[in-house]
Ligand binder design. Sequence first.
Ligand code: SF4
Ligand code: SF4
Length: 221
Amino acid sequence: MSAPPVERPVWRRFRPRWLARAAAWVRAGGHAAIVNERDTVEVLLGLDERGKLSELGLWALLSIEQRRFRRVKTGPAEGLALVRIRPKFRRAVLDWCVRDAMHEEPRRRVPFDCTTCAACCHDADVRLDENDLARFRAAGRIDLTRRAYVKRTRDGRVSLRFAEDGRCQLLGSDKLCTIYEIRPENCRAFVAGSEACLSAREETLGLRDGAPWDEDVELIR
Ligand code: SF4
Ligand code: SF4
């Protein structure tokens, strides 16, 4: 049985004078980038009734190393989350807009099937905490706490040691995790359809869920 499709938000870019359109796009489930004449980019995301970002909205922000947002208090975007993007991440956000320009609706259903993909099990930084290590030990896999599988940095961070070819050593040849029941929290938390997932699929499998990046795309248009 194949996995149910994942529904993900679609990115659009707007000029500030079209803020009302951007807000309508976001209220319909999409994500919006507001690009102004001074080269600044802000993103507009939806919030739920408790004032929280959706899971995929939060993952989008984490991908560009942002955690905080401002809730818009007045105007057409009232009640939505607004985030000023740091210059080094502008290109990433605009790339998401280029990728998604071919998708017409604010939300998109994509048939991602993790059991045949495993892209995120390559070239990743899978952090381990004490709970992960304790779970390995409790399952009789003390080997997973040792140097062959784990690396420790000087500042005390612990993470999985990947193979030379970038593959997680614990990934089976059938693309399934060989320690699925006791896999690290980092792996459990990864969300199909998130920007991190889309990026992993693009980098590892060459599968881009939309249009290719346009080197000539202008920041402002
Ligand atoms: S990259 Fe996405 S679709 Fe592929 S296995 Fe990971 S979460 Fe699933
Ligand atoms: S531990 Fe399992 S789920 Fe996590 S990266 Fe390795 S193979 Fe993938």
